[in-house]
Design a protein around this ligand. Structure first.
Ligand code: PSV
Ligand code: MN
Length: 387
C-alpha cells in the first residue's frame, strides 16, 4: 500500500460511538433549554444518531443510558436501530439520580443501598443481552464533602466488593468500563478520581475490566495523551468519552476548545496502533445545550476524523530519526507539520469516493432535516437529561 492508501484504509475503518443523551435536551443547573424537533423517545434518539451516521459514515453505534433510555422492549429498540443502519453500543448505568445515593452508591455505608446500586447493573446487563451490547459503562458520582465524613479506606473496600459483584454479572463476552473524574458532585474526596484508581480496580477485577477516559474529567493542563499511553501500555484503555472543556466538565463539542490536544491524543492512538483492533471504544459524551443537536454531533465526529487524518499523516520514520538524534525541535516540527496540514480536501475526496457528501455538515444543514423534525415532532414530551 502507498502511504496515502494506508491513510485512507485507516480512515475507512474508523468508528465513533454517539451518546443517546446528546439528542435529548440538556442544560446546566441553571436552565435546560428546549429546542424544536428534539427527540421525544429513545427510538427518536436512535433515529437521530442514525442520521449522523448516514451523513458521515463515521458513527455506526449509539450508547444508551439507563434509565434515561428505558423502553418496554429492548429487542425492538435494537431492531429499530438496525433498520436505521446503526447498532446499540455501550450501556451506561446511572448512579447519580436517586435520593438513596446521597452518601454514595457502590461505596455507600449502608449495604442495602449498595445492593440496590448493584441490582441496577443486573438490569443494565439484561439490556445488554437484549440489544447485543458488549460494554457496561460505569461512572460513580461517589465521594465525600468533608474530612472525616466517611472512612476513605472503607469506601474503597466497599467499591471493590460492589464492582466484583457487578463484574460477576457479565457474560463472558462482555466488558466492564470504569470511568473516573477528579471532582464533582462531591469535592473533598472522590472515590474514583483518576485513571490510577480506576486501573487498580480494573486490574483486581479481571482482564475484561477497562478504564474509560473522559477528556473533560481532568485538572487543567493535565497531559491526557500521557494517560492514553499509560493505559494502552497496560492494555486497559477501554474507551474514550470525547468532549471539550474550557473550565470543568463542560461537555462541549470535541476538538472545539483545544484541537491540538485532540490531535495529540489521536497521534498517540495512531502511533500505538490503537485506532482499530485494540479494544478502544471511541465514544462521545457531550451535551448540546444551546446548539442544534444533530449538527453538533456531525461537527463532533468530523472533528475526530480530521484529527485522526492529521495523526495518520505524521511522518513516523522522520519523527523516530529526529527523536533518536536528540533533535528536539526537529521532532516537534514533524508533529506540527502534520497538525498544520489542511486535511479537508483529502477527506472530501475520501467521502465522495464512499458515496458521502464532501462536506457532511454543510450537506446536512442544506437538507432541511432539522426543519422537518421541528415540523413533525410536535406534541409529546421532549427527552431531557434526567428524564
Ligand atoms: C459524568 O460526568 C459523565 O461523564 C458520565 O459519563 C455520565 O454517564 C455522563 O457524564 C452523563 O452525561
Ligand atoms: Mn463521561
Amino acid at each position: 500500500m502507498t502511504p496515502s492508501e494506508t491513510v485512507l484504509s485507516a480512515l475507512a475503518a474508523q468508528a465513533i460511538e454517539l451518546p443517546s443523551w446528546a439528542f435529548g435536551n440538556s442544560g446546566t443547573r441553571f436552565k435546560v433549554f428546549g429546542q424544536p424537533g428534539t427527540a421525544r423517545t429513545p427510538y427518536e434518539k436512535v433515529a437521530d444518531a442514525a442520521t449522523v451516521h448516514r451523513y458521515t459514515g463515521l458513527a455506526p453505534r449509539v450508547s444508551l443510558h439507563v434509565p434515561w433510555d428505558r423502553v418496554d422492549d429492548y429487542a425492538a429498540l435494537s431492531a429499530h436501530a438496525a433498520d436505521e443502519g446503526v447498532a446499540i453500543g455501550a450501556v451506561n448505568s446511572n448512579l447519580f439520580q436517586d435520593d438513596d445515593y446521597r452518601l454514595g452508591s457502590l461505596t455507600h455505608p449502608d449495604p442495602l443501598v449498595r445492593r440496590k446500586a448493584i441490582a441496577h447493573h443486573a438490569e443494565c446487563v439484561e439490556v445488554m443481552r437484549a440489544t447485543g451490547s458488549t460494554d457496561l459503562k460505569l461512572w460513580l458520582p461517589d465521594g465525600t464533602n468533608y474530612a472525616g465524613q466517611d472512612d476513605i479506606r472503607a469506601r474503597q473496600d466497599r467499591l471493590a466488593e460492589s464492582l466484583s459483584e457487578i463484574y460477576a454479572l457479565l457474560d463472558p463476552h462482555m466488558r466492564l468500563l470504569l470511568e473516573y473524574k477528579f471532582f464533582e458532585p462531591y469535592f473533598y474526596a472522590t472515590d474514583v478520581p483518576d485513571w490510577g484508581t480506576s486501573l487498580l480496580h480494573c486490574l483486581a477485577l479481571g482482564d475484561r475490566a477497562h478504564v474509560v477516559l473522559d477528556t473533560g474529567h481532568h485538572a487543567p493542563n493535565t497531559n491526557i495523551e500521557f494517560i492514553v499511553v499509560q493505559l494502552l501500555r497496560a492494555g486497559r484503555l477501554g474507551a474514550f468519552d470525547f468532549n471539550s472543556r474550557n473550565y470543568a466538565d463542560d461537555d462541549l463539542i470535541v476538538g472545539a476548545a483545544d484541537p491540538f490536544q485532540l490531535f495529540r491524543i489521536m497521534n498517540e492512538i495512531v502511533g500505538n496502533g490503537a485506532l482499530t483492533g485494540a479494544g478502544v471504544n471511541f465514544m462521545l459524551d457531550q451535551c448540546h445545550n444551546i446548539e442544534p443537536k444533530i449538527q453538533g454531533q456531525i461537527r463532533s465526529v468530523l472533528n475526530v476524523q480530521e484529527a485522526t487524518a492529521r495523526a495518520l499523516l505524521v511522518d513516523r520514520a522522520a519523527l523516530r530519526r529526529a527523536q533518536t538524534a536528540g533533535d528536539v525541535l526537529g521532532a516537534h516540527q514533524v508533529l506540527v507539520d502534520a497538525y498544520a496540514t489542511d486535511v479537508r480536501p483529502l477527506l472530501a475526496e475520501f467521502r465522495e469516493a464512499r458515496g458521502l457528501a464532501a462536506d457532511p455538515f454543510a450537506a446536512y444543514r442544506a437538507s432541511g432535516h432539522d426543519q422537518h423534525l421541528a415540523a413533525t415532532r410536535v406534541g409529546g414530551e421532549q427527552a431531557s437529561w434526567g428524564a
